[in-house]
Every structure is written in structure tokens, then in C-alpha cells.
Design a protein around this ligand. Structure first.
Ligand SMILES: *Cc1c(COP(=O)(O)O)cnc(C)c1O
Length: 370
């Protein structure tokens, strides 16, 4: 054994990907309705992303953050102007983007608490894990970072006080099982944060980059955060993360406060610019909403599905059977890639470039598992 056993892996090896299809080492085609874990939103090996990576890689791979590089500056400008209008801080992953958000919130309100939602997920590093109130993930690694308090989402607004540095919340909880947070709950949290001078930080690592049918989920929820984290689909498969700030919090960090060797590298930023060209497209985003509806409608017809939820192409189904066993059968018997976020919860994160035929194909494969 040469790999540490921190993952339960399937015994299938993929050697090539194209759009919504992955090809195994034995030459079989699989329909990918998971996208890594919500990463390859533009499909596998999207030609524009591949071309951007190849072109950038042949001119400049790395310069460190002692200098600017053109793709980084262009990407920051594009993310900022499309969202909160302030500065952008790059990282290499979702958890690192969350770490930056937590450090920013604590520096702004020294010693302050961070309120998080039950069922939330923010990553595996110590700060991000401390913000992830799931017993099984936290318990083996205690003691965690102090100052994190978890509440049911509906109770967060009432808990915000003068000691609250920030509320950190996913507008639609991903790893926790695709649980939407009611917009009225988010509005109440927004109002409480405004009243008490706390930051509202949205973790859009999974919901961002078109996944829910708008470029970022907050756009359709009517609540604008003070800062937000983005990662997963941002660079189409290369490691990247970003903390996007509103103008009011852009100046919290000063030189020396935070940093990363690789963050904002030209190749991943060039890839992200190419991804944005694809997903920040009104026609594609309408299609994401329509196809999500079609997928949810089709899932409701399956005999083992009890209920469905989600936004756009971020969808979960509650099933009356063992979800991990069904995921395994979908993979091995139907060559359909999905995952389970819990014992009875299936999750679907298909690429955003699919059409109706892919949705219908996935539903046909799932119907054969009944
Ligand atoms: C996946 C995820 C993270 C962690 O991202 P990594 O790149 O795995 O560190 C953080 N927040 C949310 C909402 C996520 O879905």
C-alpha cells in the first residue's frame, strides 16, 4: 500500500474524459453526474480550458506573490466586477479560501466568534474543520480552534451579538446533503449582521460557478454577503480558491497578514478565465435551471425516491434504500457516476454543459436500478 487510507475508493480507474463522459482503463464509457466533487462544471477537458492552460503553461508557470501576473489580475477584476466589487484574495482550495475568510473576520473583530450552521461543511483544515460542526469529522482531531458556535440556520440571526466576528454559511448546504437555506432565514441573518457589525460570509465553494443556475447562488436568494469563498469549479479542474470581498472589507488584510506560495498562479487563473467564459453565459444558466427541474421531476418518478431537493444542477434525492449501495450499483452496473452524502441521500452534480439527452440517459440508468 503506497497511499494513506483516508479515502474509500472505487476500483475503477479513469484515463480520459470528454464532456460528461469518463473512459476507464478498460475502455468503458461512464456518464459523469458528479464532476469530481462539483469541480468539472464545464465538462471534462473542455477545449477552451485545455487551450488556455496549454498556452499559459508554455509562457509562464509561476512567479510567486512577490509579483503580479496578468491572468491573476484579470481574474480578480472579473470576479470582483461580477460580484461584490471589492478585492480578491487567491488560495489553492476551498478550505484555504475559508481560512482566509476566518482570518479576515477575526482580524476585523479581534477575538470574535464565528457562527456556523448545523450540517454545514467548510473543509478539512483546522479552521475550516472547526467551522464544520459534524461530530464524525471533528471528534478525532480535537482540540479544535476555539470560538466557533453552531446553530440551526433559523437560530443564527437571534444569536448574532457584539462578540460575533462573522456568520459563515453555505447558501445551499452541499456536503451536508444539498439542504437549501430559506431566503427569509438568510435575510434575517443579513439584518442581524448589519445591526451588530458582524460579517456575513457565504461559502459558495460548491454553489458557485453556475452550479445553481446563477453564476453565484446569492444572486437568486436576494441576500448579498460581505465576502464569499469560491473554489471547486472555478478553474475547471485545477486547484484554486478565492476569497471575494466587498469594498468595505477589502482593506482588512495588510502586507504580511496572510499568504500562499502557489495562490493566484498564472496557469490556474488562465484556466479560470476560460471557465468563466463558458459558465457566465445567460443561455447556459437558463439551461442549468431547466435541466435541474427536469432532473428533479424525473427523480420523483423513481420508485425508490421519496423526495428531491436542490437548485439548478445541484440536486439531492432522499431514497428508501441504502444510498451508498445504490451509488455502487449505479457505477458498476449502469456506469453512472453519482455519490451519497448520507445513508439515504443521493447527490447529483452533473456538468453544466449537458443537454436533455444526458438527463434522460441518467434517469434511464437509474430506473434500471429499481
Ligand atoms: C468542498 C467544499 C469546501 C472545501 O474545499 P476543498 O477544496 O476540498 O478544501 C469548502 N466549502 C464547501 C461549501 C465545499 O463544498
Amino acid at each position: 500500500m503506497t497511499l494513506v487510507g483516508n479515502y474509500a475508493r472505487f476500483d475503477v480507474e479513469f484515463v480520459r474524459g470528454d464532456g460528461a463522459t469518463l473512459y476507464s482503463s478498460s475502455g468503458e464509457a461512464y456518464l459523469d453526474f458528479l464532476c469530481g466533487l462539483g469541480v468539472t462544471n464545464v465538462g471534462h477537458c473542455h477545449p477552451a480550458v485545455v487551450a488556455a492552460i496549454a498556452s499559459q503553461a508554455s509562457s509562464l508557470l509561476h512567479v510567486s506573490n512577490l509579483f503580479e501576473n496578468e491572468p491573476m489580475v484579470a481574474l480578480a477584476g472579473r470576479l470582483s466586477s461580477r460580484t461584490l466589487g471589492g478585492g480578491v484574495l487567491f488560495a489553492n482550495s476551498g478550505a484555504e479560501a475559508v481560512e482566509a475568510a476566518l482570518k479576515l473576520a477575526r482580524k476585523r473583530r479581534r477575538g470574535g466568534n464565528v457562527l456556523v450552521a448545523l450540517r454545514g461543511f467548510h473543509g478539512r483544515t483546522y479552521g475550516a474543520l472547526s467551522a464544520t460542526p459534524q461530530e464524525a469529522k471533528q471528534a478525532p482531531f480535537a482540540p479544535l480552534v476555539p470560538g466557533f458556535i453552531a446553530f440551526a440556520a433559523e437560530e443564527i440571526a437571534g444569536a448574532v451579538d457584539g462578540d460575533t466576528a462573522a456568520v459563515l454559511i453555505e447558501p445551499l448546504q452541499g456536503e451536508g446533503g444539498v439542504h437549501p437555506i430559506d431566503p427569509s432565514v438568510l435575510r434575517a441573518i443579513r439584518a442581524a449582521c448589519d445591526e451588530r457589525g458582524a460579517l456575513l460570509i457565504f461559502d459558495e465553494v460548491q454553489t458557485g460557478m453556475g452550479r445553481t443556475g446563477t453564476l453565484f447562488a446569492y444572486e437568486q436568494l436576494g441576500v448579498v454577503p460581505d465576502a464569499m469563498t469560491v473554489a471547486k469549479g472555478l478553474a475547471g479542474g485545477l486547484p484554486i480558491g478565492a476569497l471575494i470581498c466587498s469594498p468595505a472589507v477589502t482593506d482588512v488584510f495588510e502586507p504580511g497578514d496572510h499568504g500562499s506560495t502557489f495562490a493566484g498562479g498564472p496557469v490556474q487563473c488562465a484556466a479560470a478565465l476560460a471557465v468563466l467564459d463558458v459558465v457566465d453565459d445567460p443561455d447556459l444558466l437558463v439551461r442549468v435551471r431547466d435541466l435541474g427541474e427536469r432532473l428533479r421531476e424525473g427523480l420523483r418518478e423513481l420508485p425508490y425516491v421519496q423526495s428531491v431537493r436542490g437548485l439548478g444542477l445541484m440536486v439531492a434525492a432522499e431514497v428508501s434504500v441504502d444510498a451508498p449501495a445504490l451509488v455502487r450499483r449505479a457505477l458498476l452496473e449502469q456506469r453512472l457516476i453519482i455519490n451519497a452524502t448520507g445513508p439515504t441521500t443521493l447527490r447529483f452534480l452533473p456538468p453544466l454543459i449537458i443537454d436533455r439527452s444526458h438527463v434522460d440517459d441518467a434517469l434511464t440508468r437509474l430506473s434500471r436500478l429499481a
